[in-house]
Ligand binder design. Structure first.
Ligand SMILES: Cc1ncc(COP(=O)(O)O)c(C=O)c1O
Length: 421
């Protein structure tokens, strides 16, 4: 059945549409932090951040179906859903981040953020890190480092070295924040000299796609100074860390003590329903609205707003932001008990944990692949990331509990106990 479906999938979707795992998982059902495949096998989901409040949460499901059975239309008609949700959402941000555009994907949100930076500055130069992903539109994919665009990167784009735990920018962990800011300053000077000017810096405040490096809480302060002194727009991509994933704070930029001008949101926002948003200062929103006509047929429709509002309800009612802090800490403590010569770094921020594997000073991609496949074959979903795909990535739905950390740690310990040399 799996092979037959794979063949049909490839025939109709074309090549290079990857699935996870050597033996792809054919999921048919989910509930909370668990998912089931078509043979009835159960998996502890330690990977998926989109079902943020748990797979198929009944409150979100009910909100979607009720609104879908009542009315779905677009934002050119008056509807309370987007207004009430926008008010609730912006109340979660620093005072000045008080206006919102709703869209359907993180890529769209970042695309708008780039245009906001242009509208605010009248310039086009943009900077991101050199080991990242921010989305799939033509403009945003210029910032992604995984596959260079055809014809090479556009002349107005600069990539600065990404922060790193084992190989810090500038050569030492203590100097990394200043060295990172210096790299940004160099890129700004370069963009100005080339005539593009500097419009902004787009970054993920946990540097999640960069491999979740260990950072002190004041890490971005020198970079923020440099960016603001140059008149650039600071864009915080909260698609991964947002809605409390980093534990204790709703947003990654709050953990870093930053004041971004624009914040983009996505994945977890409506528990799997395609909803994303851009939150901005009102002067940034006005500049954007004056410079560009923007309409999004599906963005902010009543069903999407109902899904997003219901997701907020659950995060608030079940105290999931605090749960991420407490259970994330517990998860790290348990994982620290696993001893293996290749575990070069264990780090985490709330319910996002990374284990970086190295052997003789080199990325141990082979072991990382083994652990991920072992987990899949023993009832747990997880992934890996990093320039060399040697960083294990655990990012479960937010209702993850103590017993789940115990179960996940057991499976990982067993995976590491297998001799793969
Ligand atoms: C940090 C970050 N930003 C933006 C995106 C793009 O979001 P979407 O896939 O919803 O377009 C992603 C997707 O993986 C992401 O990880």
């Amino acid at each position: 059945m799996t092979n037959e479906l794979m063949a049909r999938r490839q025939a109709v979707l074309g090549p290079n549409v990857p699935t996870f795992y050597d033996n792809p998982v054919h999921l048919v059902r989910g509930s909370g932090v668990w998912a089931w495949d078509m043979d009835g096998n159960k998996y502890l989901d330690c990977y998926n951040n989109v079902p943020h409040v748990g797979h198929c949460h009944p409150h979100v499901v009910a909100a979607i179906s009720e609104q879908a059975a009542t009315l779905n239309t677009h934002t050119r008609y008056l509807h309370d859903g987007i207004v009430s949700y926008g008010e609730r959402l912006t109340a979660k941000f620093q005072m000045e981040l008080d206006q919102v555009i709703m869209v359907c994907s993180g890529s769209e949100a970042n695309d708008i953020a780039l245009r906001m930076a242009q509208a605010m500055t009248g310039k086009v130069g943009i900077i991101s890190t050199d080991n990242t992903y921010h989305g799939n539109t033509m403009a945003v994919s210029q910032l992604s480092s995984r596959k260079p665009p055809i014809g090479g990167y556009a002349a107005h784009v600069r990539h600065v070295p990404a922060p790193d735990t084992l190989r810090p920018v500038g050569g030492s962990f203590a100097n990394q924040a200043e060295a990172f800011a210096k790299e940004i300053q160099k890129a700004i000077d370069d963009l100005e000299a080339a005539g593009h000017g500097f419009s902004g810096f787009l970054f993920c405040p946990t540097f999640a796609n960069e491999g979740l490096p260990d950072l002190p809480q004041n890490f971005m302060r020198p970079a923020e100074r440099v960016i603001k002194a140059a008149g650039g727009v600071l864009i915080s991509d909260e698609v991964q860390p947002g809605f409390g994933r980093s534990g204790g704070t709703w947003w990654g930029h709050d953990w870093l003590g930053l004041s971004p001008d624009v914040v983009t949101l996505g994945k977890p926002m409506a528990n799997g329903h395609p909803v994303a948003a851009v939150v901005a200062r009102s002067e940034v929103m006005s500049a954007f609205r004056n410079a560009f006509g923007y309409f999004n047929t599906f963005g902010g429709n009543p069903v999407s707003c109902a899904a997003a509002a219901a997701t907020l309800d659950v995060i608030e009612q079940d105290n999931l932001v605090e749960n991420a802090r407490i259970i994330g800490g517990e998860f790290l403590e348990r994982l620290a008990q696993i001893s293996h010569s290749s575990i070069a770094s264990l780090r985490g921020r709330g319910l996002f944990v990374a284990l970086e594997l190295e052997k003789d000073g080199e990325a141990d991609e082979r072991l990382a692949a083994h652990v991920v496949e072992y987990a899949r074959n023993h009832g747990m979903l997880m992934g890996r990331t990093g320039r060399n795909r040697n960083i294990l990535k655990l990012r479960p739905p937010m209702p993850f509990c103590s017993a789940d950390t115990e179960c996940a740690t057991h499976i990982l310990a067993d995976a590491f106990a297998v001799d793969v040399t």
